[in-house]
Design a protein around this ligand. Sequence first.
Ligand SMILES: Cc1cc2nc3c(=O)[nH]c(=O)nc-3n(C[C@H](O)[C@H](O)[C@H](O)COP(=O)(O)O)c2cc1C
Length: 144
Amino acid sequence: MATVSIIYWSGTGNTEIMAEAIKEGVESTGIDVSIKLVDIATIDDVKDAKAVILGSPAMGDEVLADEMEDFVSQMEKEGIKNKIAGAFGSHGWGSGQWMRDFVKQLKKNGFNVIGGGLTIHLTPGDEEKEQCRNYGKQIAEKVK
Ligand SMILES: Cc1cc2nc3c(=O)[nH]c(=O)nc-3n(C[C@H](O)[C@H](O)[C@H](O)COP(=O)(O)O)c2cc1C
């Protein structure tokens, strides 16, 4: 099982681009990383990792995608707490409230959320992808 586990949902690919760049950032530190769509991820992907990085775009009215919402509920039911965590996602017209709420929820569950959650407006360009790589590196450094 990987040391860092990236689990995400993406409807139109923007959050997926972020996930791939975060993965590159983790890999650049030599830490092993797995990346999975939330639809196929299992709770073991979280349990066995030292750090979990969760991604979802802003959906509905400033909420997580249902698939990620369900996964986080499952994590809560399993009593998974106190891990190093990251949170990321793409958004459109909103102010980023979904991410502030997500980080708050993870913190409430005892997760050490690094960097307060990374948000990108719509499709990440080169600069934003670099931000994602740096975020991955930052989290990887914490598990070394
Ligand atoms: C059904 C739906 C609901 C959305 N709700 C919000 C929202 O509440 N706030 C916001 O900033 N963007 C919202 N968006 C915009 C998406 O977050 C944005 O398009 C994002 O880039 C999608 O990421 P993805 O390509 O990873 O799916 C919504 C998009 C859709 C399709």
